[in-house]
Design a protein around this ligand. Structure first.
Ligand SMILES: [Zn+2]
Length: 128
């Protein structure tokens, strides 16, 4: 099951007054403040398509995702340690917990890839 990702905010400048908005805000702004439907604004779709996240937002998001990834991996490691005793090995709760953590890990890795971060970038400072 795929959950919807919280999209990273992308910023663009209004092609008419050059104020800065996020992509959704721009559409509303053009409609309300300039009184134009989006189809009347030249290249609007292209402008939105080319929108980039603010550098600071991208960095913030990357840090957040890397932290979450590390947290998830730690929890998985903890689960596996406990599992060595054999006590939990038949426990469905632990299994589904593990599956859930695997899914989360995959989602975060995908989003990091979208942001241009690959596995090696993350692992580097992990252990020696
Ligand atoms: Zn404007």
């Amino acid at each position: 099951m795929k959950k919807e990702r919280k999209p990273i905010r992308k910023v663009v400048n209004c092609p008419i007054c050059h104020k800065e908005f996020d992509t959704r805000g721009l559409l509303g702004h053009i409609k309300i403040e300039h009184g134009k439907p989006r189809s009347e604004v030249k290249d609007l779709d292209k402008i939105i398509e080319k929108a980039e996240p603010k550098k600071s937002e991208r960095a913030e998001r990357v840090f957040e995702l890397v932290d979450r990834l590390k947290e998830i991996r730690k929890r998985k490691a903890d689960l596996e340690k406990e599992d060595l005793s054999g006590f939990f090995s038949t426990d469905e709760t632990v299994k589904s917990l593990k599956d859930g953590l695997d899914d989360l890990e995959e989602e975060i890795k995908e989003e990091l890839e979208d942001l241009g971060i690959i596995e090696e970038d993350i692992e580097e400072d992990e252990e020696d």
